[in-house]
Design a protein around this ligand. Structure first.
Ligand code: ZN
Ligand code: ZN
Length: 257
């Protein structure tokens, strides 16, 4: 299997199966409005669009990563379990900062905002992946090539880290005891999607929540979450959801009198 293989595509049947199970579970629990057709279709279209765009963008990203690896790698790190685990922590650490800056830096928020503009929170929200954000953040992962992690091991670890984040987009799973100390869980990630004042800019972790605990961005889920962004998108258009904030940024704001 070569390093250009997209592990996300392999998981699509599991995504579909789990979404259908969640729809059924929500129906059985009488959770009206948990899945809204328009919102789910918008999230799914955004996910499909992201996969199509990434077919092209990944070629350039992998070429650059491989070039840097071949010309600057300090070590030649073997593809073994220990190195996969080490890289998982390093990858997730960089993910934490990329994600945090995706909220704190205005032009990066323009790329990431689409993941947050749904006012629902279910497994389809997980597929609501930005089309352009990775084009901004992938540079932050290039030091891993300099360290000596080859593109194959990076593809596996990135696959694990990103796929992990699918199942945490649900309201049907409560708190998970000691796992909450270390891992990013449905409860922690619900907080991240909240627009309640105390939940804004919290819980950026990908697979682990330890970075938030270390760097002061952790917040416990202790009141019901209001999902979405503070200025609603008011659109089901997947392309507009990806570009609206870039348009806002490039439009001069009227002078305050
Ligand atoms: Zn976010
Ligand atoms: Zn999310």
């Amino acid at each position: 299997m070569n390093e250009e293989f997209n592990y996300i595509v392999l998981a699509v049947p599991f995504f579909v199966l789990l979404i259908l199970l969640e729809v059924y579970a929500a129906y059985k629990r009488n959770m009206k409005g948990y899945y809204r057709l328009q919102d789910s279709l918008t999230s799914l279209s955004i996910g499909i669009g992201e996969q199509v765009i990434s077919v092209f963008s990944k070629v350039g990203v992998l070429y650059l990563y491989s070039y840097i690896y071949e010309h600057t790698a300090i070590f030649q790190l073997e593809f073994n379990l220990l190195n996969v685990i080490i890289l998982l922590f390093l990858f997730d650490f960089i993910f934490y900062w990329a994600h945090r800056w995706g909220h704190e830096v205005n032009f990066m928020w323009a790329g990431h905002v689409v993941h947050h503009s749904s006012e629902d929170y279910n497994l389809t929200t997980a597929l609501r992946q930005p089309w352009f954000f990775q084009l901004i953040t992938f540079t932050l992962f290039l030091p891993l090539a300099v360290l000596g992690f080859d593109p194959k091991i990076l593809a596996v670890v990135a696959g694990i880290d990103i796929l992990y984040q699918f199942w945490i987009h649900t309201q049907l799973i409560g708190k998970l005891g000691p796992l909450e100390w270390v891992l990013n869980t449905p409860s922690h990630h619900r907080v991240h999607h909240g627009s309640n004042p105390q939940y804004i800019d919290k819980n950026y972790g990908g697979m682990f929540i330890i970075w938030d605990r270390l760097f002061g961005t952790f917040e416990e889920e202790n009141e019901p979450v209001v999902y979405g962004i503070t200025t609603p998108l008011n659109s089901w258009n997947p392309a507009w959801a990806n570009v609206h904030y870039f348009v806002d940024l490039s439009t001069p704001s009227p002078k305050v009198q």
